[in-house]
Design a protein around this ligand. Structure first.
Ligand SMILES: [Zn+2]
Ligand SMILES: [Zn+2]
Length: 194
């Protein structure tokens, strides 16, 4: 008779062995214990990962609107800084002396401020790379900012921004989507730079 079953190999020490009981996967009790412990550790690890995933999901679920707004704004601002890296400051025309990718002297400055025009806080036309010291001057730089912005996006777009007073209300999911959107756009820009 032809032997059809392959000689089993111990799951732990990998040596071939003769099965004395059906279902045996190890050659000896010692190997069986080792193998069993490893298998149990694997199960435990998977359970821990699942637990972590759930905790993360719960924490995301519990985030308040202001927290989500800050998180989305951070990603938006980072994208604008990166988009305008290499360009001069929107209002004074000076180049930042630090690496614009990591922030440093480089800010994302809003033309109409986030405080007075919150509906434009995520409007790409309304934001540009700006030196931190200029951004801090805020309204003091508004005229220069306007001139710089007209040069970049044109008078019509600037006037459209100035006339835009349609309130916008973001839901939690809107803000999560915006955060993901700008994270992806930043990644895309970084990939393009190589
Ligand atoms: Zn073995
Ligand atoms: Zn400036």
């Amino acid at each position: 008779m032809i032997q059809r079953t392959k000689t089993p190999r111990c799951k732990w020490c990998k040596n071939s062995f003769t099965r004395t009981r059906p279902g045996d996967v190890c050659c000896s009790v010692e190997c069986g214990i080792q193998y069993g412990m490893k298998a149990a550790a694997k199960v435990r690890k998977a359970a821990e990962l699942e637990q972590k995933k759930q905790t993360r999901a719960q924490r995301e679920e519990m985030k308040t609107l202001p927290v989500l707004r800050v998180e989305a704004q951070r990603e938006f601002n980072r994208f604008i800084r990166l988009r305008d890296a290499g360009k001069p400051c929107i209002c004074c025309g000076k180049l930042p002396q630090s690496d614009p990718l990591t922030g440093g002297q480089w800010d994302c400055g809003h033309y109409r401020s986030v405080g007075s025009a919150p509906h434009l806080r995520f409007d790409e036309r309304n934001a540009a790379g700006q030196l931190k010291q200029c951004n801090r001057d805020g309204a003091g730089r508004a005229v220069d900012y306007r001139i710089g912005l007209i040069a970049r996006i044109g008078l019509a777009a600037v006037e459209a921004l100035e006339a835009d007073n349609t309130p916008l209300h973001y839901t939690k999911d809107d803000l999560r989507a915006l955060k993901a959107h700008y994270k992806a756009k930043t990644r895309e820009l970084l990939a393009g730079r190589g």
